[in-house]
Design a binder for this molecule. Structure first.
Ligand code: ZN
Length: 347
């Protein structure tokens, strides 16, 4: 699968509200600090790269990719800084944000403004956020700062109050289908199916073109359904397997052991949530033995446990907890929303 290179901002159309807001920025590229918040796959990175291309490139909206655009896409342009978590680190540290401060403080080299993008900015630890406050409050002349995050909840109130908030809603199915067909060359039937199952997440929809991902998807649905209907021993085996599992779709991505576990768990939740969403609207069958579970309650329970992944990074603990809650619901005929502490005591 080729990596998607976003066009200039003028050519994007998946987030019309965001587009309107940013067009103004192209005409008046003054000092600004933004916080872009939206779910994974809603287009934040795409829009960030497209915006920087439009700000820096002098060739006009139809530029097929000049030297400047290539530097932006490769993130090697001297006036563009892309900050993300370092290899093996769970958070963005104060040293990393100081580096951005330093880079922003010099005058732009060739572009009209310097741009810093902080990807997964909600992973900045409180020290890093505090160190970044001065830059957010009084950004250096000719600079633009974009913080990208899935949720606004992890930021210090002082950071939130200094940024202009832009929301990226999950993408409608029709927008995902169009992007798959027009930017990635998928045929209509493939694009439609992937869009329906992706729940507004373009990054997830794109995985439907990867046979390793499809094999993973099939196995997770089968395993989790079976474990829910089986004995205690069955689910203990499954939890142990998933704690050690290195599925093919991970490829040779340079991740630490802990990050790999988190990736596998995150992906497995994505798959099982997708399956139960389809069950909710009748797009997939519920095995007769699981018919006593209400799909809405299962989805809520899965969502709650998925949200624990970045906090606990412990596959065994999260899965143990999930299965206890789901299986208890399965036997009783209803799900009870237990606190993490309450159930942890039983594990
Ligand atoms: Zn260009």
């Amino acid at each position: 699968m080729t990596v998607f290179e976003p066009p200039r901002l003028e050519k994007l159309d998946s987030q019309p509200e965001v587009q309107r807001l940013l067009k103004n920025l192209l005409d008046h590229p003054g000092v600004q600090t933004f916080l872009w918040v939206g779910p994974e796959g809603s287009g934040k990175k795409t829009y960030a790269l497209a915006l920087v291309r439009s700000l820096f490139c002098r060739e006009g909206p139809d530029c097929p990719g000049c030297a400047t655009c290539k530097q932006v896409l490769n993130r090697t342009h001297p006036d563009f800084f892309w900050l993300q978590r370092q290899e093996g680190k769970g958070e963005i540290t104060v040293e990393a944000t100081r580096e951005v401060d330093r880079k922003l403080s010099n005058a732009p080299f060739s572009a009209p403004v310097k741009v810093a993008v902080v990807s997964e900015a909600d992973r900045m630890n409180p020290d890093a956020q505090n160190a970044f406050l001065k830059t957010l409050e009084e950004p250096p002349a000719k600079s633009l700062v974009l913080l990208l995050a899935e949720k606004a909840g992890n930021f210090l109130p002082t950071v939130l109050s200094r940024c202009r908030l832009v929301r990226f809603p999950a993408l409608p199915d029709a927008v995902i289908e169009k992007a798959l067909r027009e930017s990635h060359g998928w045929d209509k039937a493939e694009a439609q199916k992937a869009a329906q199952e992706a729940g507004g997440n373009l990054a997830l929809a794109l995985k439907f073109g990867d046979e390793n991902w499809m094999a993973f998807r099939e196995k997770v649905g089968r395993d989790w359904d079976r474990a829910l209907q089986g004995s205690d021993e069955d689910w203990m085996l499954l939890v142990n397997e998933y704690d050690q599992w290195e599925p093919e779709f991970l490829g040779d991505a340079e991740l630490t052991a802990t990050q790999r576990k988190a990736e596998v768990l995150k992906a497995a939740f994505q798959v099982y949530l997708g399956l139960w969403s389809r069950r909710l609207w009748g797009g997939a069958e519920v095995p007769p033995k699981l018919a006593s579970l209400r799909a809405e309650a299962v989805l809520k329970c899965l969502q709650k446990h998925q949200d624990m992944i970045p906090l606990y990074l412990n596959a065994k603990m999260i899965l143990d907890h999930l299965f206890l809650e789901l299986r208890e619901g399965f036997w009783r005929g209803e799900l009870i929303d237990r606190s993490f502490m309450e159930l942890s005591a039983q594990i």
